[in-house]
Design a protein around this ligand. Structure first.
Ligand SMILES: [Zn+2]
Length: 151
């Protein structure tokens, strides 16, 4: 057996021990680490770092920060892909279906007003909810360790 194979269990134990000490010695991680997936998703929905709750999650409207300003967690490799778009479209569709029924039974409203109102409401709800849904799904991806590999 080569010497490197024999050292592997020892190296893994040392790696686990040092990362545990590093984790516990960082006050923000020890005190502010989320207790559950729901807590992490709530922090993401409030556009805060799901790991420490203090740093911002986005540097623009939907662009994630490269690293959290507080805990230095790398966020640009955590991708939510199409899940936020799906969620915001589902939400806005359910709202405009309700509004549509008010327009449908009130025939005194012109069609162009009804249609443009529905489009405006759908666009507004989608634009307002999209960052929160992205933060929520980024927290879900991070919690389940499904981050993209670098390179
Ligand atoms: Zn953080």
């Amino acid at each position: 057996m080569p010497p490197n194979r024999r050292r592997l269990p020892f190296d893994l134990a040392l790696l686990g021990f040092t990362s545990y000490i590093g984790f516990m010695s960082h006050p923000d991680l020890r005190e502010n680490f989320p207790n559950s997936l729901w807590a992490a998703m709530g922090r993401g929905a409030l556009l805060r770092c799901p790991r420490c709750r203090k740093g911002r999650l986005f540097q623009g409207y939907l662009k994630p920060v490269q690293n959290c300003q507080n805990c230095h967690k790398k966020w640009d490799t955590v991708r939510a892909d199409l899940a936020p778009a799906w969620a915001s479209m589902t939400l806005s569709a359910h709202v405009i279906v309700v509004v549509y029924h008010f327009f449908f039974f009130d025939t005194s409203i012109a069609n162009w007003i009804a249609t443009s109102s529905l489009i405006g409401i759908a666009a507004l709800i989608s634009l307002l909810s999209l960052p929160s849904f992205k933060g929520l799904f980024m927290a879900l991806v991070w919690w389940n360790r499904m981050e993209a590999q670098q390179g």
